[in-house]
Design a protein around this ligand. Structure first.
Ligand code: SF4
Length: 134
């Protein structure tokens, strides 16, 4: 099971954005201390933490991923809305890339433009088809 944590202040402005509130700069600061508090509560029920957003501050997303991977056995995924594989890819176990385009559907649709990449020895392996409805 995966714990999803939304990061606001999204800079991507995808037309037809599925979560417009995430474009606002709202909520609590998500630092290592806040993450520890979240994981004290939910960390034993999950195997992965998914950081959703954060394209405005990729260095801070990386720092969070480093912290989680250093202090817990949990895997870390990052859902970026950028098209390109991020430079800091190796700091994550999984990275989703690609902006949301309503006409192509979400990651669960075979028509999606988005890609889910697994970090295999530092190289991205496309595992998007594992999300498609059978
Ligand atoms: S990346 Fe997600 S939250 Fe950001 S604008 Fe696009 S759909 Fe909305």
């Amino acid at each position: 099971m995966t714990l999803a944590v939304n990061i606001t202040n999204c800079p991507n402005h995808c037309p037809g954005c599925h979560s417009p509130h995430l474009q606002e700069d709202i909520g609590e600061t998500l630092d290592a201390q806040t993450m520890d508090t979240i994981l004290e509560r939910y960390g034993r029920s999950v195997t992965c933490v998914c950081l959703m957003g954060g394209d405005a501050t990729p260095d801070q997303v990386q720092q969070l991923a480093d912290h989680i991977r250093k202090t817990s056995p949990l895997k870390v995924a990052w859902y970026s809305g950028k098209q390109a594989v991020p430079d800091n890819f190796q700091h994550f176990d999984y990275v989703k890339v690609g902006p949301y385009k309503a006409e192509f559907g979400s990651l669960k649709e075979k028509t999606t433009n988005q890609r889910l990449l697994k970090n295999v020895d530092g190289q991205p392996l496309d595992i998007t088809d594992k999300f498609w409805k059978k």
